[in-house]
Design a protein around this ligand. Structure first.
Ligand code: SF4
Ligand code: SF4
Length: 226
């Protein structure tokens, strides 16, 4: 049986305290999800995804790639190969700070940041995301706040994140929180836009536009890109 080329690459386990573990994964072609890359490409302005030349510029530009279990370059290649579970369970998508450095620098015009967003959505809808990890809790609650109120409220957002992850951190950072609060740098108020109905209307029209666009797309984006 044929082996996927990427499956033989290495990943460094940076969570080990006093040493670096090298993990090696071998997967057979039949175990890969070949529809995964098309799905991600479709929801992240796609076809360019298949034009990646693996130059590594994105990984070099990324300020947090040292902390990721797979660098952005590897993630792009793994998406293309169909390593769905590994990608969706990785810390990479949750550590991405959406700074767009990779997208700006990519010589092939690949919208890597949008790929990361598409992966986040896929991880949430497929229940792959680490439910107790601060980054995913923060992202989820941020999304809910903006969806419901049209604005982000930093104070309540941080409070929720600490309570759901590590309440002791709330105690540890209490003095800092009080300082920020008394100087007016953070508020516990839930911010809302005035016209929430208009926001709902806007979001509904984006959603229906997306449905119309995806209905009109060719079944295989990869083929369309060639
Ligand atoms: S910078 Fe662009 S072309 Fe280069 S590895 Fe990253 S995604 Fe691929
Ligand atoms: S957008 Fe995300 S992946 Fe790209 S450089 Fe910034 S942190 Fe790294």
């Amino acid at each position: 049986m044929e082996r996927s080329i990427y499956a033989e690459s290495f990943a460094l386990d940076v969570t080990a305290k006093d040493r670096l573990d090298t993990r090696r994964k071998i997967k057979y072609e039949s175990e890969l999800d070949k529809t995964f890359s098309n799905r991600i490409a479709e929801s992240a302005h796609g076809e360019q995804l298949f034009g990646c030349i693996q130059c590594g510029t994105c990984s070099a530009a990324c300020p947090v790639s040292h902390y990721m279990d797979y660098t952005p370059r590897k993630i792009i290649q793994m998406v293309r190969e169909g390593f769905k579970e590994e990608v969706l369970k990785s810390s990479t998508v949750w550590l991405c700070a959406s700074c767009y450095a990779c997208t700006v620098e990519c010589p092939k015009g690949i919208k890597i940041t949008d790929v990361m967003y598409a992966l986040k959505r896929e991880a949430i809808s497929g229940n792959y995301y680490p439910k107790n990890a601060p980054a995913s809790i923060l992202a989820n609650n941020f999304f809910k706040q903006v969806l419901n109120n049209g604005r982000n409220s930093e104070g309540p957002l941080l409070m929720k994140m600490y309570l759901k992850t590590n309440p002791f951190m709330l105690l540890k950072n209490m003095m800092l929180g009080i300082k920020l609060f008394t100087r007016g740098r953070i508020s516990m108020k839930t911010e809302k836009i005035r016209d929430k109905k208009a926001l709902k209307k806007l979001l509904n029209s984006v959603e229906s536009k997306k449905k119309i666009l995806s209905a009109g797309k060719p079944a295989d984006v990869k083929e369309a890109a060639v």
